[in-house]
Design a protein around this ligand. Structure first.
Ligand SMILES: [Zn+2]
Ligand SMILES: [Zn+2]
Length: 319
C-alpha cells in the first residue's frame, strides 16, 4: 500500500465529485490486500464506505455543490438478466458502475451510482455515521434474503463490525431472540449491550441451534459452524465472503433430511440502500460505537494493522 498523487477527478454528465469527509475502513479492504478478492484487484484506490460534500456536479446531476451526501457504491445497467429479475445488486453488465476510492480527498461518483444509491445526509447525522450506509445496506439485503420476522430467533456467527451491525439491526427490528457467537471482550460486551445472548468462542461456549443463522466471518470454518448451528427446517445465510476459489463441505444428510435452506447474499439493491438510510436517519441503528479511532491517510496502514491484530472495530479516515 502506498500514498500517491492521482489526477483530480472531474464530474461528467449526471456525475458528482465528492470531497470525502469520512471514509471507514472495512474488512473487505484487508481481504483485498491480504488474500485477493473475486471482484477487485490492485492496483486501485481503495475506500468504499464514505460520506462527504459535493464539490462539483455534472450537468443533470440531482445534487448541487455544497450538498452533504452519503454514498452507496454501485450503479446497475437496468437491462441485463439480473437487473430485469429485480436483482440490481448482481448486475452483470460490463457497464455496471462503481464508486470506489474514498481513501482520497476527492472521489468521482459515476452517473448510475448517483441515480440509484446516493442520498442527502441529514444535517444532524454525523459524517462518520452516514458513512455506514454501505455496510448497513448489505445487512438490509441479508434481512431480505432471510425473510426475518419479529417472532424469529436469529443466531449471528461472528462478532466483528458486520456481525455487530446485524445485531443492532435485528434488535431494532424487534426480533424475539438474538444470540451471538464470537470472541473478544469489547466485541462481546457490545453484542450484549445491543441485546444479544452472547457465547464466547474462546471459552468454547456453544450456542443452541437456531432456526435463522447468519454467518459473518467469511472463512470455511465459520460457514461450516453456521450450518451446524442451524436447526432442522431452518435457514442459514452465508454472509461473509470467502477467499477466491474456496470450497466448503456441508453435511449432505442434514441438508436433505432436515430440510435446511442455505442462502447467499451479495451487496444490495437500491431499496436496501434506502432502508439503511432510514435506519441511520431515524437513529434506530446507531453505529458510532463501532468507530474505534480516526486519522488521516497517513494513519491508514496503522489502522489496517490494528484491524489485523483484532484491535478495535472500524476506523474513520478523514483525507
Ligand atoms: Zn465495506
Ligand atoms: Zn444490469
Amino acid at each position: 500500500m502506498e500514498i500517491r498523487e492521482v489526477e483530480r477527478p472531474t464530474a461528467g454528465e449526471g456525475e458528482i465529485v465528492v470531497e470525502v469527509r469520512a471514509a471507514l475502513t472495512c474488512g473487505t479492504d484487508r481481504k483485498i490486500l491480504e488474500r485477493g478478492h473475486p471482484k477487485f484487484s490492485p492496483p486501485l484506490v481503495m475506500g468504499h464506505e464514505f460520506s462527504g460534500d459535493v464539490v462539483e456536479a455534472g450537468e443533470g446531476a440531482p445534487f448541487r455543490v455544497g450538498d452533504a451526501v452519503m454514498c452507496g457504491t454501485s450503479g446497475s445497467c437496468g437491462n441485463c438478466t439480473a437487473c430485469r429479475d429485480g436483482a440490481r445488486n448482481r448486475c452483470e453488465s460490463p457497464t455496471r458502475e462503481i464508486a470506489w476510492g474514498a481513501f482520497a480527498r476527492l472521489v468521482r461518483v459515476p452517473r448510475r451510482v448517483v441515480a440509484e444509491n446516493v442520498y442527502l445526509k441529514p444535517a444532524d447525522l454525523s459524517y462518520e455515521a452516514a458513512a455506514f450506509l454501505d455496510p448497513l445496506a448489505c445487512v438490509a439485503r441479508g434481512f431480505a434474503r432471510l425473510g426475518l420476522r419479529k417472532s424469529d430467533h436469529l443466531l449471528v456467527v461472528g462478532t466483528g463490525p458486520i456481525g455487530l451491525l446485524w445485531i443492532a439491526a435485528a434488535a431494532h427490528a424487534g426480533l424475539e431472540r438474538i444470540s451471538a457467537l464470537g470472541k473478544g471482550e469489547s466485541r462481546l460486551s457490545l453484542a450484549r449491550q445491543w441485546g444479544a445472548e452472547v457465547y464466547d468462542l474462546s471459552r468454547h461456549e456453544r450456542p443452541p441451534a437456531a432456526p435463522r443463522v447468519v454467518e459473518c466471518v467469511g472463512t470455511p470454518a465459520a460457514w461450516a459452524e453456521a450450518f451446524a448451528l442451524t436447526s432442522p427446517g431452518g435457514s442459514v445465510l452465508f454472509f461473509g465472503g470467502c477467499a477466491p476459489g474456496t470450497s466448503v463441505a456441508l453435511d449432505a444428510g442434514r441438508f436433505h433430511y432436515e430440510e435446511i435452506t442455505a442462502l447467499g447474499s451479495f451487496h444490495y439493491r437500491p431499496e436496501e440502500a434506502d432502508c439503511a438510510r432510514r435506519w441511520l436517519a431515524s437513529r434506530v441503528v446507531d453505529p458510532t460505537p463501532l468507530v474505534s479511532g480516526e486519522g488521516n491517510l497517513d494513519d491508514l496502514s496503522s489502522f489496517l494493522a490494528r484491524m489485523r491484530a483484532g484491535e478495535g472495530f472500524k476506523y474513520v479516515v478523514r483525507p
